[in-house]
Write a protein that binds this ligand. Structure first.
Ligand code: ATP
Ligand code: MG
Length: 758
């Protein structure tokens, strides 16, 4: 069979339509990437087009690499060797970079300009903030950079920005920052990532000869995942295609999931209007999924209004129904999924020639914070797993930071933990100072924290560092002294609030910082879980448990780890374009998926629905949808209501062990008796987003730090020492005479004291 014979009629039609604008509106798994690869090969093979004259653009380097491999393998098959050497198969950014390397002088740059990454960008914007006297409490570096990026995506320079939004005290500062930032980049002969796109479009606008050169070169242009192009990427394509009008774009309006990053779904919906005489081909056969999966996914997406109607079909049989399971809570949900995986690993279905491997299973969730429970429970239940596209929960920076604080409370000798947190948040301890302190500590055979408990050792620090470090040392020492008498959660909250760690993140006021806050509140959930399971458990037990869990995660390493057979955990965004035999989608609850922030707006909900569609259509053989009656996320526990997406699926495609009314599911996992009717109206949850804010407030209240208002003569109780009377109070300490233990001097706001009526 030749490469053309392997295609269906519609795919073939698209391949043979080599001239003029062509839109292939292809649903998930319908072979649009496969079609495009064949089209490139066909142009070279049968139309005598030189690879030199072809430009193929995709979104990720991985996708570009794969496309090149697939074209090369077809060309080899037909005896034309590796023919893609001279061909541009590239991402938008790398194509633009190549063009600018030749012509940047037109825009006043040297050709050896540098490309700034995010770290460089931050350095520049921070300097600008200082220079321009901008209030960095109101405008963090991250925030300003995200606005600048937004402007560039919309082709707005600083002048256009201020004209568009209007001048007020806020936008004036942003304008100043943007302008200063641009000036610095210019001075340094540097471009950021957005500049690569923007400047290429500017170059085309400014220099007709250059544009002509590339229009003449790229006689055939192809774009994959066209639904996720933004305004500027659209312009880039439009300029290049104008002369020859041979443009083929492939996409699926139902899979546009990057609107929040400027992707403009209108680019694909308006294609026929933008490129006159465009031919539209719809690929409607899906080669990926069984019938039930495909039909159920269609049920969901057909609820979106702003879409071109299309329906996929498959020759495959209906297959198993979609399993819906509503667990008691998120841990029960993870156990259910692990049980299902273990069961399927042991029992090969008749429909499969091969038994399952762990790598055949994927868990696709809405937010990264959901991965934590899976990593923990899977580890315990012998299911090897790997978080894809993001670091595992306990490997995240913020989690390592706050765990280091806890480690120091437990063990003041932990220098690794100390060095990790000494400048988190900033305490002005430079490398030189640290080296000096390490030298002294070594001489006196002390750890860094032990050394700094000595006031004399702190004497050498700058005034600012002295105060910050003294507070830190006192705090850690006080918690260490009390650690067996206070709940771990109390210590944790106290650390977050009193060290200023949480506040620094709140002040950053960026999407990134918000993600970090979500994660540290998620660690709060982990502590609550631990205390539920081990009410007597101490800080040490908690830390040891986590250390073991993350150690076993590290094996095996390197290449082996890549190839090791593991269940894959990732967000639905990361899963785009991929396929797996068995897919689990956990967390189908209002407020989580769809998320609260999206639910406020109709178009937000539509984007979540497309994401749901992307997730469901990743499954080839079996799809599981799950949720939990009660969920603790970001440190807040709430009853949940089922996701509206579930109700959009026709019941005939669903196999729900809950509505069946059986108290036990197939594999013996308990279902929630109280909520057995899966579609019953459960108490509406409070917004977890609002919940997150209230937990933060609760935690922050502890930064005030002095605990109950105590005065001499007050009667108090202490968890360990029992009843007593206050005899002395100062800024930092309370002295109490206890009935059984006598006189004790305790740290205010840390010692677990409660005021009682005399
Ligand atoms: P996505 O929307 O997820 O990006 P896609 O439309 O790009 O999907 P492909 O990745 O090209 O789809 O193909 C999906 C699956 O279908 C692949 O496993 C591919 O090998 C298979 N496939 C594509 N076309 C055919 C065909 N004509 N006959 C049989 N299998 C096909
Ligand atoms: Mg694809």
């Amino acid at each position: 069979m030749t490469y053309l014979e392997r295609l269906n009629d519609k795919q073939k039609e698209a391949v043979l339509q080599t001239e003029g604008p062509l839109l292939v509106l292809a649903g998930a798994g319908s072979g649009k990437t496969s079609m495009m690869t064949c089209r490139i090969a066909y142009l070279i093979d049968k139309c005598g087009v030189s690879p030199w004259n072809i430009l193929a653009v995709t979104f990720t380097n991985k996708a570009a690499g794969e496309m090149r491999e697939r074209v090369d393998s077809i060309l080899e098959e037909i005896g034309r060797g590796a023919g893609t050497q001279n061909m541009w198969i590239a991402t938008f950014h790398s194509a633009c970079l190549r063009i600018l390397r030749v012509h940047a002088d037109v825009l006043g740059y040297d050709k050896d300009f540098v490309v700034y990454d995010t770290t460089d960008q931050k350095t520049v914007i921070k300097a600008v903030i200082k220079e321009q006297n901008i209030d960095d409490k109101k405008f963090s570096a991250q925030y300003l950079l995200s606005i600048i990026s937004d402007c560039k995506e919309k082709c707005m320079d600083p002048e256009k920005y201020i004209k568009t939004v209007g001048e007020d005290f806020r936008t004036k500062d942003i304008y100043k920052a943007y302008k200063g930032y641009e000036a610095t980049l210019r001075k340094n002969n540097a471009m950021d990532f957005d500049d690569l796109l923007l400047n290429t479009v500017r170059l085309f606008e400014r220099d007709e000869a250059v544009l002509l050169k590339y229009q003449n070169r790229f006689k055939y242009i192809m774009v994959d995942e066209y639904q996720d192009t933004n305004t500027i990427q659209y312009k880039f394509v439009k300029y290049l295609a104008e002369a020859n009008n041979n443009i083929c774009v492939v996409g699926d309006d139902d899979q546009c999931i990057y609107e929040w990053r400027g992707a403009d779904i209108r680019n694909i919906l308006d294609f026929e209007r933008d490129f006159k005489g465009a031919k539209v081909i719809k690929l409607e056969q899906n080669y990926r999924s069984y019938g039930n999966i495909l039909d159920a996914a269609h049920c969901v997406i057909s609820h979106n209004r702003g879409r071109k109607d299309k329906k996929l079909w498959t020759e495959k049989e209906a297959g198993e129904k979609i399993k819906y399971h509503r667990a008691e809570d998120e841990r029960d949900e993870a156990r259910y999924i692990a049980t299902e995986i273990n069961f399927r690993m042991k029992h090969k279905p008749d429909s499969r020639p091969e038994p399952f491997k762990f790598g055949n299973f994927a868990v696709l969730y809405r937010t990264n914070a959901q991965s934590r429970v899976f990593e923990e429970i899977f580890g315990r239940m012998g299911v090897p797993c790997k978080v894809v596209g993001n670091v595992g929960f306990y490997d995240r920076k913020e989690i390592k930071d706050v765990m280091s604080y806890l480690r120091l409370v437990q063990n003041p000798k932990d220098d690794v933990a100390f060095e990790r947190i000494i400048n988190e948040p900033k305490r002005g301890m430079g490398d030189k100072t640290m080296e000096k302190l390490k030298g002294w500590a070594a001489e006196r055979n002390l750890s860094l924290l032990e050394l700094l408990q000595d006031d004399a050792a702190r004497g050498s620090l700058s005034a600012k560092s002295y105060t910050a470090v003294t507070d830190l040392v006192n705090l850690l020492t006080a918690y260490h002294d009390e650690m067996d008498d206070i709940a771990i959660l109390e210590i944790y909250d106290g650390i977050l609030a009193k060290t200023g760690y949480l506040k620094a993140l709140q002040d950053a006021n960026t999407v990134e910082a918000e993600g970090r806050i979500e994660n540290i509140l998620e660690l709060r959930s982990a502590i609550e879980d631990f205390q539920k399971e081990m009410p007597e458990g101490r800080l040490q037990d908690f830390l040891e448990g986590k250390a073991l869990a993350s150690d076993s995660d590290k094996l095996p390493e390197g290449e082996e780890a890549e190839n090791a057979d593991k269940v894959l955990l990732m967000t639905m965004h990361t899963a785009k374009g991929l396929e797996f035999p068995v897919v689990f989608m956990p967390g189908l609850e209002q407020g989580l998926f769809p998320g609260w922030r999206a639910m406020d707006r109709e178009d937000g909900l539509e984007e979540e629905r497309r994401l749901c569609y992307v997730g469901m259509t990743r499954a080839k053989e079996k799809l599981f949808l799950t949720g939990a009656c009660m969920r603790t996320l970001y440190g807040k526990t709430d009853f949940t209501k089922e996701s509206c997406f579930l109700n959009e699926i026709d019941k005939k495609y669903l196999d729900s062990d809950i509505s069946a009314g059986t108290p036990r599911s197939d594999f013996g996992t308990r279902t929630a008796t109280a909520f057995r009717d899966g579609y019953a109206e459960n108490p509406a949850p409070k917004s977890p987003f609002k919940g997150m804010v209230s937990v933060q407030r609760e935690v922050m209240a502890k930064s005030a730090g002095n605990g109950p208002d105590l005065a001499v003569g007050d009667h108090v109780t202490h968890v360990k020492f029992g009843r007593g009377e206050v005899i002395e109070v100062d800024a930092k300490t309370v002295t109490v005479v206890f009935e059984s233990e006598g006189r004790k001097k305790l740290a205010r706001g840390i010692a677990p004291l409660k005021k009682i009526e005399g």
